[in-house]
Ligand binder design. Structure first.
Ligand code: C5P
Length: 225
């Protein structure tokens, strides 16, 4: 009986992170935030003065950092060369450049391997979230979910999150534009673009509560596991 793999893909602001962590916690599975890995790689490139707009420079540098990702749904951790980077990888500098770095095939080869090895050691199974979990990284996943939400719902959720952190309105507007740019880049890149796998279940979260989304995915897993 193979361990359960729940692959969750979707654009930023679809509720992916919150939903994936909650599903993992409820089902007692490990949790993998693959976006955090691309962010950690980007953080390292910026910290080491790699020109992230030069794909060749990125491809040469990308084997150097040692990225380690924890898989505990209660408190996922991420380190680069032993340094905890959970805070800095969420900052605007990394967010602005992560799509350029993640579009480089050598980066993806490197991180996909890391993602598969995290899943292999997860005893009970894993919930993996990202952009290409169902299409590339775990093509034989037990359940594949493609999470979406209307652009208005996604923008509103992000704005509410930022407001709660005390971020000002001008910054919120700028970040909304950055998010739209990032989704367009992630969806149109050549290698592993964000797309719904043929056998993925589409879940539109615009009009659903978090509980409803978790219930929906929980029952999909129960049906198939
Ligand atoms: O999920 P999150 O917004 O943290 O992801 C940050 C970026 O990492 C995405 O915008 C995308 O460019 C990249 N990414 C990716 N493939 C994944 C997960 C994230 O290319 N599986």
């Amino acid at each position: 009986h193979a361990p359960v793999v729940v692959a969750i893909d979707g654009p930023s602001g679809s509720g992916k992170s919150t939903v994936s962590r909650a599903v993992a916690a409820r089902l007692g599975l490990s949790f993998l935030d693959t976006g955090a890995m691309y962010r950690a790689m980007t953080w390292w490139m910026l910290a080491n003065d790699v020109d992230v707009d030069d794909p060749e420079a990125v491809a040469i540098a990308c084997t150097k950092p040692v990225i380690v990702s924890g898989t505990d749904a209660a408190g996922p951790t991420i380190t680069v060369d032993g340094k905890d980077v959970s805070g800095p990888i969420r900052g605007p500098e990394v967010t602005a450049k992560v799509s350029a770095v993640s579009a480089v095939p050598a980066v993806r080869t490197q991180l996909v391997e890391l993602q598969r090895s995290c899943a292999e050691v997860a005893e009970r199974g894993i919930v993996a979230e990202g952009r290409d979990m169902g299409t590339v990284v775990f093509p034989a996943a037990t359940v594949k979910v493609f999470l979406t939400a209307s652009e208005a719902a996604r923008a509103e959720r992000r704005a509410a999150e930022l407001r709660a952190k005390g971020v000002d309105e001008a910054t919120i507007t700028a970040m909304a534009a950055d998010l739209a740019r990032r989704d367009a880049a992630d969806s149109s890149r050549e290698t592993a673009p964000l797309t719904q796998a043929e056998d993925a279940v589409l879940v539109d979260t615009s009009a659903l509560t978090l509980e409803q989304v978790i219930d929906r995915i929980g029952s999909l897993v129960e049906e198939r596991a």
